[in-house]
Design a protein around this ligand. Structure first.
Ligand code: SF4
Length: 285
């Protein structure tokens, strides 16, 4: 969630904690493969997180009380100290809104962790089992209806990660429709880092936008409120804590974690496992 065109003057601020470690999926577009300095780190069993207090101070200074827990190369539901993290952040920033950015794999197995978050987004490429496995490496799509049933009132968005496998055949439209049917009527359609730019598929398909959100076009599709997000242009700012202990206000996050060496390489530098370090490849969770 960085912003490549940021000049430091957008108003929507939030915090991100980027955990590192093995993942229970192996997406070929994983942003973690472009953040090689973090790929070998594992802080899923660490408490306190390195430099959590410096991060909390930056959040206080910028009057940020919305903090998302995400993974640079892992899923945050694999983190073993979520309760301590929530307590610590609440004490530091007051009216904490703690958000989760997850692939959704563990929600039904860990409802105790799911309940610790005030809001969430669930990222998938597709709800079609074959396309899902082909693009996210292993496993099957999350059962969205069962997840909705678990906590019907929690604000949850579906992130549909854009890739040719779901756009060329319009599978994306089916994903949006199925998400809405399961009770998730807010969908973000996202360009991933380091992949060929797909562009706004709805504009290409001749669908008229219904409005704009933070500089991005919105659409009413299949009963869902859909936003096309291009992380290169979205108008937001964030405070970031990485597993290395770096606290950064620098964009994009692929450079923010390591201002000297952070860079986005194209996919030809990686295989289709989505991860660089062999020890994390094909880990089930
Ligand atoms: S993009 Fe895929 S492999 Fe990478 S952290 Fe997310 S779920 Fe795991």
């Amino acid at each position: 969630m960085g912003c490549l065109n940021s000049e430091g003057n957008f108003e929507h601020w939030f915090g991100n904690i980027h955990l590192s470690g093995p993942c229970n999926r192996g997406c070929y577009f994983c942003i973690g493969q472009h953040m090689q300095g973090l790929d070998s780190l594992n802080n899923l069993d660490s408490w306190p997180l390195k430099n959590i207090d410096e991060f909390a101070r930056e959040c206080q200074d910028h009057k940020v009380n919305e903090i998302n827990v995400t993974g640079s190369n892992t899923d945050p539901l694999l983190y073993r100290h979520t309760e301590e993290l929530r307590g610590h952040l609440s004490a530091a920033v007051g009216e904490l809104v703690m958000g989760l950015r997850t692939n959704g794999v563990l929600i039904l197995k860990r409802p105790d962790l799911w309940s610790l978050y005030d809001k969430a987004s669930i990222s998938v490429t597709s709800l079609d089992p074959d396309i899902y496995k082909d693009t996210m490496g292993n496993g099957k799509p999350p059962d969205l209806a069962a997840i909705r049933h678990l906590d019907p009132d929690k604000p949850v968005k579906i992130n549909a990660v854009l890739c040719p496998e779901t756009v060329d055949n319009r599978d994306l439209m089916r994903t949006i429709g199925q998400a809405a049917q399961a009770g998730f009527n807010k969908v973000n359609v996202r360009e991933p880092y380091g992949q060929p730019h797909i562009g706004d598929p709805f504009a290409k398909w001749g669908i008229e936008p219904s409005g704009e959100r933070l500089g991005m076009p919105t659409y009413e599709i299949e009963g869902a409120d859909v936003t096309y997000w291009d992380v290169h242009y979205v108008e937001v700012e964030s405070i970031n804590l990485y597993a290395s202990g770096v606290v950064s206000l620098t964009y994009p996050i692929t450079a923010g974690y390591d201002p000297q060496n952070g860079e986005v390489l194209d996919q030809s530098h990686f295989n289709k496992s989505g991860r660089v370090h062999e020890q994390w490849v094909n880990i089930e969770g």
